[in-house]
Design a protein around this ligand. Structure first.
Ligand SMILES: *Cc1c(COP(=O)(O)O)cnc(C)c1O
Length: 431
């Protein structure tokens, strides 16, 4: 099995953290998102401990809310000693509704509205990650009108091209996120921010992309951030107290993908930065990271029921499931690879070549193409692994398909954390 929390039980069914996947499907219905909370907690701990061990006081990981945002995730994040990054008023409201402390929130977004800025300030969001000069000015107006000083990090682009998908590569100069160092605009940005009333600059933020396997990309990132910080010190006399390195660590989605050793990578990046700081005689800043995918992706499994199984002689077979691009648009968006299992026949030979299709009226509605699973019958439970990140968060009501329920597993017990959407929920919006 791809992950250590998965096994096959005596009935030949897939078990997730010891719980029979077919039983989960029976109890809660399908499609169903299943999140192994204990496994997720392990990931949180790896980050918190590694950052505590290798980095200055005040360093901490922030959970990237966009990967999986619902109320039930925040108590987990908080009790593991993490902060959180948020990218909209909706994510802020969700975190606060769960009792998450506002001062541990870092507010992102390349195009925050005035209303969102006002909301974030009013709610006491600890840090704004200011993306651009327009936002800086709007934030300054808002903070001044309330008579407060808002702590900020300034988002810069370091001009790196890590080997990942173009759609999730954010470190290049040509990006809608942040202010580029290369063009000299980032220096101007800092100059202006330092002179702006109502904001206090604590340091810099940079996020180079997602699903990145090599620690070297992050070492290049800290080199560039540090070089920039030194330039700012020389030009403006400002010494940054914090670097936020964003998220980005990869997780294996299919057999053969590399496993990133998070603790070892954090150690390597920390040592690299420490050495750089010593050489440049720059005080080591506190470090923030924003892991999302590497916290939740491989703690999530989606369960579907197989419906129609269609074989086109001489072409291919389709296994159609009762969800698809509405609960997991990542194959349609990026052709992302997934591991698919027949959870009802987890011991049977995986010799049925097929394409897993969803239920929307779109030829692009697929979860995986040309894979092999144990030959299913109508009603079998089909499991798709690694769906903890960017699935529930990206789900839609296209074709008026309802959003699945989400179940969390902890201590060998499953509990409903998000109920299944109903037709009434949909119609509620309509006058
Ligand atoms: C997407 C994103 C993250 C999370 O990235 P992962 O690869 O999921 O860890 C963190 N920070 C920012 C600013 C992001 O845009």
């Amino acid at each position: 099995m791809l992950y250590s929390n998965l096994s096959v039980n005596d009935l030949g069914h897939l078990a997730i953290a010891g719980i029979d996947a077919c039983e989960l499907a029976e109890t809660f219905g399908t499609p169903l998102y299943v999140l192994d909370e204990d496994r997720m907690r392990g990931k949180c701990r790896t980050y918190v401990e590694a950052m505590r061990n290798y980095l200055p006081v005040g360093s901490m990981p922030l959970f990237a809310s966009k990967t999986l945002c619902f109320k039930g995730i925040y108590p987990v994040v908080q009790s593991e000693g993490m902060g959180a990054d948020v990218v909209s008023a909706g994510e802020i409201a969700t975190a606060l509704a769960a009792g998450f402390p506002a001062d541990l929130l870092y507010f992102h977004g390349s195009n925050k509205t005035d209303a969102e800025i006002a909301y974030g300030v009013a709610k006491g969001v600890g840090h704004f990650v200011v993306d651009n000069v327009d936002e800086l000015e709007a934030l300054s107006r808002e903070a001044q009108s309330r008579g407060i000083t808002q702590k900020v990090l300034l988002r810069v682009t370091v001009g790196l091209d890590p080997h990942t998908l173009a759609a999730i590569n954010t470190g290049k100069v040509d990006s809608q996120f942040g202010v580029p160092i290369e063009t000299g605009q980032a220096l101007q940005f800092v100059r202006q921010a330092l002179a702006t009333p109502g904001v206090e600059v604590e340091g810099y933020h940079s996020h180079i992309g997602s699903q990145i396997f090599e620690a070297t990309s992050f070492c290049d990132q800290v080199d560039r951030l540090l070089a920039f910080a030194c330039d700012v010190r020389d030009e403006l006399g400002f010494v940054a107290g914090a670097f936020n390195l964003g998220g980005g660590f990869a997780v294996p989605y299919v057999e053969g993908d590399a496993q990133v050793d998070i603790a070892a990578n954090i150690k390597a990046i920390s040592e690299h930065l420490k050495k750089g700081c010593e050489e440049a005689n720059y005080p080591m800043p506190r470090i923030l990271t924003e892991p999302g995918r590497s916290i939740v992706a491989d703690s999530g499994v989606t369960l579907y029921s197989a419906g129609r199984i269609k074989t086109i002689e001489g072409y291919r077979s389709y296994v159609m499931v009762d969800g698809g691009m509405t609960d997991n648009p990542r194959y349609a968006l990026y052709k992302s690879a997934y591991t698919v299992l027949n959870a009802s026949r987890a011991n049977a030979p995986e010799d049925f070549a097929c394409t897993i299709a969803g239920r929307c009226c779109e030829s692009g509605d697929r979860i995986a193409e040309d894979i092999c699973i144990a030959k299913p019958e109508r009603g079998d439970v089909i499991a798709v692994l690694t769906t903890g990140a960017y699935n529930y968060a990206m789900s839609s009501n296209y074709n008026r398909v309802l959003r699945p329920a989400l179940v969390m597993i902890s201590g060998g017990k499953a509990r409903l954390a998000v109920r299944r959407q109903t037709v009434e929920d949909l119609l509620d919006l309509e006058l």
